[in-house]
Design a protein around this ligand. Structure first.
Ligand code: LLP
Length: 425
């Protein structure tokens, strides 16, 4: 459920008409509904009731500071995968005790950042990384709290590019060798392995792989405890899917039941790293029709948003629902919705049934709150577009348009092309 609904034919985010925002902000822009974010967080948290669970929102899905603060105010922590995301989470007010740091390639600088901030856990993904954490912690005179991310070799049944829990994927430590790795890690004086982490994929619409992975975690905990190794924390990752095309996705309550059935009785503090299920449906990308164009076999709706603003269709063949901002009763026509970037992949929809639109009309590309703005680039020298947060009757620009001048100012000429030496830094 989300708070993007039509009122008298006008698409609104909560109580604000999208067209009114568009007139002020200009298109394209991302628009988030705070009530939707809050609702999704509460539903997810409620699904875990009775467990000692911290929801560490996956910052990679949406790193906007205002979005993060909305979640921090509800008690959420963060799952971060870079020093940049860690800085964002802290700047938004997330408590270090509720932050976990994932990723296969943390640098020494990032490890130091995490240790200085005293976050809950660094989730280590290899033995060389454990050694690096040990060395940095030693230099800082600290003992690092670490969870070992295991790779359970379970197929998440999702897109190949966002499957992370198979042996052929770069993530985690192969689960059958995790036991030995943890035994060896006992020699590291500045690392304390307090738990296990697992994350097998994203946009999962089948719950069975979660159960399979969590059972492997459970079995490992039993083996480790039998060896006298205290496992007090588990991080069960994220991955729950959202309905991009109106299809059914499993409710968080069913996911929660699986968690309780598999690891609920282990007495561990649990962390979860949901991203998409919290913010996916809480955001739309608003765009304006630039031209209508009739090709030999297709009718094209050319819009002012492009693959650089929302990469998912080009990268994963994702299909986001597209709806008019002003509803009409006219019979739909079949169109392709495309952006202006000079690549055929810059296509948001093919052979879509859409109410007739004309140049100047606004369209909303739905379910764009997760992995939308965060994956944007400036390809074709296009601006980074604004982000807007709506709450009830109010809206605020929570990220400004980057602007062409800022972009140009970021570059400089070398001296031999007319630049000055002061420019070098
Ligand atoms: N934790 C870890 C360790 C992850 O790698 C991810 C996502 C998450 C949590 C959050 O997963 P979620 O709950 O959002 O499914 N750009 C792609 C998605 C990449 C996901 C990568 N990892 C897309 O647009 O579909």
């Amino acid at each position: 459920m989300d708070h993007f609904t039509y009122r008298n034919g006008a698409l609104c985010a909560e109580d604000v008409a999208i067209a009114d925002i568009a007139k002020v902000v200009g298109t394209p822009f991302y628009c988030y509904s705070q009530a939707t974010i809050e609702r999704h967080y509460r539903v997810f948290k409620e699904a875990l009731s009775g467990l000692d669970a911290t929801v560490c929102f996956s910052v990679k899905s949406n790193g906007n500071l205002a979005v993060l603060r909305t979640l921090a105010n509800l008690g959420a922590g963060a799952d971060v995968v870079s020093g940049g995301e860690l800085a964002r989470a802290l700047a938004a007010g997330m408590l270090p005790e509720r932050i976990v740091f994932s990723g296969v390639g943390k640098t020494e600088v990032e490890i130091e950042q995490a240790l200085v901030a005293n976050i809950r856990s660094i989730n280590a993904e290899s033995e060389p990384e454990l050694a690096a954490i040990d060395a940095v912690a030693k230099r800082l005179g600290k003992r690092a709290q670490v969870m070992l991310r295991i790779n359970p070799d379970v197929d998440a049944h999702t897109h190949a590019k966002i499957t992370t829990g198979l042996n052929e994927n770069k993530f985690g430590i192969e689960w059958t060798s995790a036991h030995q790795v943890i035994l060896r890690a006992r020699a590291l004086a500045h690392v304390q392995i307090v738990g296990l982490a697992v994350h097998i994929g994203s946009q999962m619409t089948d719950l069975a792989p979660f159960r399979e992975a969590f059972i492997r975690v459970r079995d490992l905990v039993a083996m480790l405890r039998a060896d006298g190794i205290a496992i007090t924390h588990l991080d069960l990752g994220g991955g729950l899917g959202v309905p991009y095309d109106g299809s059914e996705t499993p409710p968080p309550a069913d996911y929660g039941r699986i968690v309780k059935e598999t690891v609920g009785d282990l007495g561990c503090r649990l962390a979860f790293e949901p991203g998409r299920v919290i913010v996916g449906n809480a955001g739309i990308l608003v765009t304006k029709v630039t031209y209508m164009k009739d090709g030999a076999t297709r009718r094209f709706v050319i819009v002012d948003a492009a693959m650089n603003d929302l990469l998912r269709p080009a990268l994963y063949d994702a299909r986001h629902a597209i709806v008019p901002v002003s509803a009409t009763n006219e019979a739909p026509e079949v169109v392709d919705v495309v952006g202006p970037v000079c690549e055929t992949g810059d296509t948001f929809a093919t052979q879509l049934s859409l109410a007739p639109v004309k140049a100047g009309d606004y369209l909303a590309i739905r379910t764009a709150g997760a992995y939308g703005s965060v994956m944007a680039s400036t390809y074709n020298s296009r601006d980074l577009i604004p982000e807007v947060l709506v709450r009830g009757h109010e809206f605020a620009i929570v990220r400004r348009r980057m602007g062409l001048q800022a972009f140009l100012d970021y570059e400089q000429f070398p001296a031999w092309l007319g630049g000055t030496t002061e420019q070098r830094s």
